[in-house]
Design a protein around this ligand. Sequence first.
Ligand SMILES: C[S@@+](CC[C@H](N)C(=O)[O-])C[C@H]1O[C@@H](n2cnc3c(N)ncnc32)[C@H](O)[C@@H]1O
Length: 197
Amino acid sequence: MDTEKLGQSRIMNCLARAGGATMESRLRHWLFDPNRTLRGAGIRAGQTVLEVGCGTGFFTLPAAGMLGENGHLIAMDPLSDFVDRVRAKVQEAGLNNVEIMRRDALKTGLEATSVDLVLLFGVVPFPTLPLNRLLPEMHRVLKADGTLAVWLFPAPAGVPTAIVRSGLFAELGKSNGVYTYRRSDIGGSNRTNFSIN
Ligand SMILES: C[S@@+](CC[C@H](N)C(=O)[O-])C[C@H]1O[C@@H](n2cnc3c(N)ncnc32)[C@H](O)[C@@H]1O
């Protein structure tokens, strides 16, 4: 499946528009504080952060605010509707530390070891983001001391275990509902044959 082509299809973008209304609903904002979740990921000013599957930007704007003008946020999503929406919000907010990419996170095209923190917020498990392809790519782009932060909704127990079983990441802990992992070199970034249940 070509996720980037799919991201331009009219049907996918119509469906996304419906889903997007939930993603940025008032109820979600009322029930849920994105800043708290971002703090759980350990985000710090000045970092380079990759946000996988930014959707309508629920986490994008708060993350950009926390990174400050010396930070760099790469917000990535294959759906053109979402990317256009987030671009408009970022422009409206006058933020110049956000780079928005319409791209499949399985093939980010980013330089190796260039990212301090990867946010997988509300994106795993997802059919177009299989962990056995996503984790090696995240391992490749993260710096040696980089962090992978995962917030799961709904929270299937298998995902945190599968991440550790990949051998690519070692668990650091859990804070504000966010699991964090440090990049590990034991498995090697070419390891794709681990099983995910
Ligand atoms: C459930 S939404 C979550 C959006 C956002 N993170 C949030 O919590 O509001 C999942 C997002 O992942 C994106 N996505 C799906 N497959 C992807 C891929 N291969 N690469 C990057 N993003 C992807 C979808 O387009 C969608 O925006």
